[in-house]
Design a protein around this ligand. Structure first.
Ligand code: NAP
Length: 370
């Protein structure tokens, strides 16, 4: 007769639990974050919640906040590297990344470490990594196109742009890249594989413009109103998603993306055109006033285009009438006249063919066709 032993009885359960934890350990990455500011902490929090081991280093002392997030903190980059993370992610400001990498003790990392970055510009870190990192290191450039505000809750459908710049042939190394990308994929991100160069072209006309407009709105100090429209709510939300980011980040988007200057000029030009359209209408009225032109007064174009024979008399009448008309009255006349906004006497003459006046019917037909 066999005597049941407690140890034997517990074995199948222990075995399963151990096997499971073994698999989980294999799936778990030791992720090291360099730059534990706003975005570094935001990433670390999510990595920890996904079950990964996270360590960090930064210029400032973040020991306390790291402890609260369950992140191992090493103020000294040598100590950080000696912990041999599988992956090192640079989440430093764009402006400080070059100096940080130059001073970083990469020789203390494992020989085939995967190095990634999350900078909001991509061509610059790619070139930097290729120039400065040992040949044995794998390189993955990432851009989570969301931040602590826009990615506060779920990451579902938020874009993650990535470029596998250099990954060794070894199956383990390829799998390590997939495991890191898998963190974002499992969180629901929209995975977009794209070259760093293409990213910068597209980001200049989307992200940089978004940040510029958001900053302008923030600088205007827009406030809540009791009659917020949906459009206005969107402007406030754009401001909130961008204005809290550091100015270093915004400046980096401009300085380190060679396509940004052209986009800024396009934005400036568009603003000038819209403003010119508004002011042109006023200038026309004022100029007509200066030259005492009757055409936009009294009955507006209609009256001014009366039969040639009675034109002089009519002008006299208009002049007399205009004395009693306010600027606002005349502005309304201008808007009501033949559908042309801001059309000056000169413009009208140009369209009439060197001073020839056209009939109201002709002008009306043109206005309808517009
Ligand atoms: P940031 O102002 O761009 O960067 C702050 C980080 O840079 C901090 O860790 C800071 O370290 C470090 N740093 C700044 N100057 C430094 C210097 N002279 N030497 C060493 N380290 C320095 O703000 P962020 O929002 O945290 O962004 C970090 C990175 O993530 C940037 O490259 C940004 O483009 C990218 N990113 C940000 C977002 C976002 O929404 N915020 C989204 C996607 C990607 P200390 O705190 O220790 O001083």
């Amino acid at each position: 007769m066999t005597t049941p032993r407690a140890l034997d009885a517990a074995q199948p359960f222990d075995f399963e639990a151990r096997a499971r934890s073994e698999v989980e350990r294999e799936r778990t990455l030791k992720i090291g974050i360099v730059g534990f500011g706003n975005f570094g902490q935001f990433l670390a929090k999510r990595f920890v919640s996904c079950g990964h081991d996270v360590i960090a280093t930064s210029r400032s002392d973040y020991r306390e906040v790291a402890g609260e997030l369950g992140v191992g903190y090493y103020r000294d980059p040598d100590d950080f590297c000696e912990m041999h993370p599988d992956v090192v992610i640079f989440a430093t400001s764009i402006l400080s990344t070059e100096a940080t990498i130059n001073a970083f003790p990469v020789q203390r990392l494992r020989r085939n470490t995967l190095v990634a970055d999350v900078l909001s510009v991509k061509q610059f870190p790619k070139q930097l990594f290729l120039q400065r990192l040992p040949k044995d290191f794998d390189i993955l450039c990432l851009h989570p196109m969301f931040g602590p505000d826009s990615g506060k809750g779920s990451w579902k459908d938020l874009p993650l742009v990535y470029d596998k710049v250099r990954v060794g042939d070894d199956a383990d190394r390829r799998e390590r890249v997939e495991r890191l990308l898998g963190v974002f994929e499992k969180e629901g991100c929209r995975m977009v594989e794209m070259s760093c160069e293409e990213h910068d072209v597209q980001a200049a006309s989307s992200q940089f413009i978004t940040h510029t407009v958001g900053r302008m709105l923030g600088t205007m100090e827009l406030g809540e109103t009791t009659i917020n429209t949906k459009g206005y709510e969107s402007l406030l939300s754009l401001r909130d998603n961008t204005y809290n980011d550091s100015f270093d980040l915004y400046y980096g988007l401009f300085m380190y993306n060679k396509n940004a200057t052209a986009e800024l000029s396009r934005l400036e030009l568009a603003f000038s055109q819209v403003k010119a359209e508004l002011f042109d209408r006023l200038h026309t009225l004022i100029r007509d006033d200066i030259f005492d032109e009757p055409t936009n007064r009294g009955g507006g174009r209609g009256a001014a285009n009366a039969a040639n024979a009675s034109e002089e008399a009519s002008d006299e009448e208009n002049r007399a009438a205009s004395k009693d008309r306010t600027f606002k009255d005349r502005l309304i006349d201008q808007v009501n006249s033949a559908g042309t906004i801001g059309g000056s006497v000169d413009e009208k003459e140009k369209r009439g063919g060197g001073g020839e006046r056209r009939s109201e019917a002709e002008e009306g037909a043109e206005a309808k066709g517009r």
